[in-house]
Design a protein. Structure first.
Length: 171
């Protein structure tokens, strides 16, 4: 399990910090505060709410669930917030939370991936908790990208396509 476990942990850290976060940063950098807090209707979330939700989710599942810190999450707040927190403040909060997450994941031994933790009322292995977080983060990153495209009508330029059809990431 060690080689596969190490690869899983490395890939998880890479997705969170070097794939999803830079895409969210690029989106928010293209938006006004009003755009970040825009929602098409009351049953949908704004980018601001999604960022608060992502930070809350990774804090609860990784920092608390995997790392053992106290669970301080107030989940409903993430969705109920309507006072426009400045975009730079939101990004700083997400960055600092992900730095804590990365520190926890850096300490996880591949041999501990099958250990069971109690998170959000559920018994999950450490691997399941990490997998949940990466998948969840990716899904909401996609929503943030979509809202950004709706608000800006621009290509976000995440990929450069060569004349030969090859794709290179551009974030």
């Amino acid at each position: 399990m060690t080689d596969n476990g190490s690869a899983f942990l490395d890939a998880s850290r890479d997705y969170l910090l070097r794939t999803y976060l830079p895409k969210i940063e690029r989106c928010v950098d293209k938006l006004t505060t009003d755009d970040v807090w825009w929602r098409p209707n009351e049953s949908s979330n704004s980018i601001g709410n999604l960022i608060l939700h992502l930070a809350g989710n990774v804090r609860q599942w990784i920092i608390h669930g995997v790392g053992g810190a106290t669970d301080v999450r107030k989940r409903q707040y993430e969705f109920d917030e309507r006072n426009p927190i400045p975009p730079t403040e939101l990004l700083n909060y997400l960055r600092s939370t992900l730095a804590e997450v990365d520190a926890v994941l850096a300490r996880v031994s591949p041999d501990a991936l099958q250990d069971v933790r109690h998170i959000q009322g559920l018994d999950r292995t450490v691997m399941e908790a990490i997998y949940h977080v990466v998948e969840h983060f990716g899904m909401h990153t996609g929503q943030i990208i979509y809202i950004t495209k709706l608000r800006t009508s621009t290509d976000l330029g995440f990929w450069k396509i060569g004349a030969d059809g090859s794709a290179q990431k551009n974030w």
